[in-house]
Design a protein around this ligand. Structure first.
Ligand code: C2E
Ligand code: CA
Ligand code: CA
Length: 395
């Protein structure tokens, strides 16, 4: 940790490589260069580069293939794409990389200026202080840099006259000393792979208990949902651990919901079933997250002790114009109700989506239309002024 950052540049134009080398070295990078795909992979295996600059078109290899292989190897390098192609081609390569969950720091269209290269290396690739890895994350957790954001969930007004905040989903944020607020997409998978997800989740529940107490004492008896990583479903003692934290904090277990993705719950069915059943026996609620994106068997899902199903936001965001999405959402709402589950739509961004969900009898909703995730103080204000509920009245 702490040594110079390694940059690996691959391009079949020697002129470009020498400019990159000069600029990057002047910025303190240790630089390796490759003039073709074979040399690139040779360097990649020995150097584990922090930053990769990749020419998308080289004689012996295709840039998209390289991206796929980097993704399959779980590469964590920041990637800068280079090409003489037009911006649209570069942007679509950037999207492919993002879908592969590679970290793209930006792209350079050739010919590029030294200034734009310098700028991208400085900003996008960053200094060692801005690198996110397992060790820095564990230290951040220890230093108390992880905080809770809360996104309100409201009961849709088909059951009651007005929409009310009935709960929150707790979402993790890292208040990073050098980067600022970092979203979970950048560190949850690192926490899962490195094992710090347990500490992260338990501390999140501790902070949640403090906040819930404040809200309950002010008369807002809301519940809260915490995302549970599939990695934690191998820990047989987890139901007791979480229950003990709740008991000690004086919060009845029925105020806590754990959200699990369907694929997460199906990884090891007998083990999941054992742990999930024990959560339910302790009075903790369980919710199926991102429903519709996995391929789980409905029968197995039906046998699991869930009480709520959350419709994935990819179906919700195009409501109601997209007929296919509208059909899917309506079927999921019916399915959930037939299985005795309550159903919540996430990613509600528009009045039209909100009205559609109300009309088809969806029980509850969450999304930017209602409120983005907010820090605890802001949630207190939302609860205090009991939202502008008329805005949500179905027309
Ligand atoms: P998720 O569980 O599906 O959480 C909902 C995500 O959707 C949140 O992203 C939220 O900010 C975002 N969102 C809310 N309303 C809208 C909307 O109207 N439109 C759109 N497009 N998005 C909306 P966030 O906070 O970035 O979290 C991303 C994911 O990270 C979460 O997805 C969850 O899977 C994971 N995550 C967050 N916190 C934790 C945690 O403490 N533990 C674990 N294991 N995973 C977490
Ligand atoms: Ca969730
Ligand atoms: Ca979700």
């Amino acid at each position: 940790m702490g040594g110079p950052l390694t940059l690996l540049a691959a391009d079949d134009e020697p002129g470009i490589l020498s400019i990159v080398e000069e600029v990057a070295e002047s910025m303190g990078f240790s630089v390796r260069t490759g003039g073709n795909g074979a040399e690139f992979w040779e360097h990649f295996t020995v150097a584990a580069p922090d930053v990769i600059m990749l020419d998308l078109v080289m004689p012996d290899c295709d840039g998209v293939e390289v991206l796929r292989r980097l993704a399959s190897l779980g590469a964590r390098s920041k990637i800068i794409l280079m090409s003489g192609m037009d911006d649209r081609t570069l942007r679509s390569a950037e999207r492919i990389a993002a879908n592969l969950e590679l970290e793209i720091a930006g792209y350079l269209r050739k010919p590029f200026s030294v200034a734009s290269l310098r700028d991208l290396l400085g900003k996008g690739a960053g200094s060692p202080a801005t690198i996110i890895d397992a060790q820095r994350l564990a230290e951040g957790i220890k230093r108390g840099e992880l905080v809770n954001y809360y996104q309100p969930k409201i009961v849709l007004p088909n059951r009651q006259q007005t929409a009310t905040v009935m709960g929150v989903e707790v979402l993790s944020r890292w208040n990073h000393p050098h980067i600022g607020l970092v979203g979970p997409a950048r560190y949850i998978s690192i926490a899962e792979e490195s094992g710090s997800i347990l500490a992260l989740t338990l501390e999140m529940i501790q902070r949640l208990i403090g906040d819930l107490k404040t809200w309950h004492e002010a008369g807002h008896l809301i519940s809260a949902a915490v995302n549970l990583s599939p990695e934690l479903l191998t820990d047989i003692t987890l139901p007791d651990t979480i229950n003990a934290i709740l008991t000690e904090g004086g919060i009845p277990p029925s105020y806590l919901t754990l959200e699990l993705t369907e694929t997460g719950a199906m990884q090891d069915v007998p083990m999941s079933m054992d742990i999930l059943t024990r959560f339910r026996l302790k009075g903790i609620q369980l919710s199926i997250d991102d429903f519709g994106t996995g391929y789980s068997s409905l029968i197995q899902l039906y046998r699991m002790p869930f009480s709520e199903l959350k419709i994935d936001r990819s179906f919700v965001h195009s409501l109601p114009e997209d007929d296919e999405a509208a059909h899917i959402v309506r079927s999921i709402v019916d399915l959930a109700h037939n299985l005795g589950l309550s159903v919540c739509a996430e990613g509600v961004e528009t009045q039209a989506a909100y009205d559609y969900l109300t009309r088809i009898g969806c029980d509850c909703a969450q999304g930017y239309f209602i409120s983005p995730p907010v820090p605890p103080g802001e949630l207190s204000r939302i609860l205090g002024r009991s939202l502008d509920l008329n805005r949500f009245a179905a027309s």
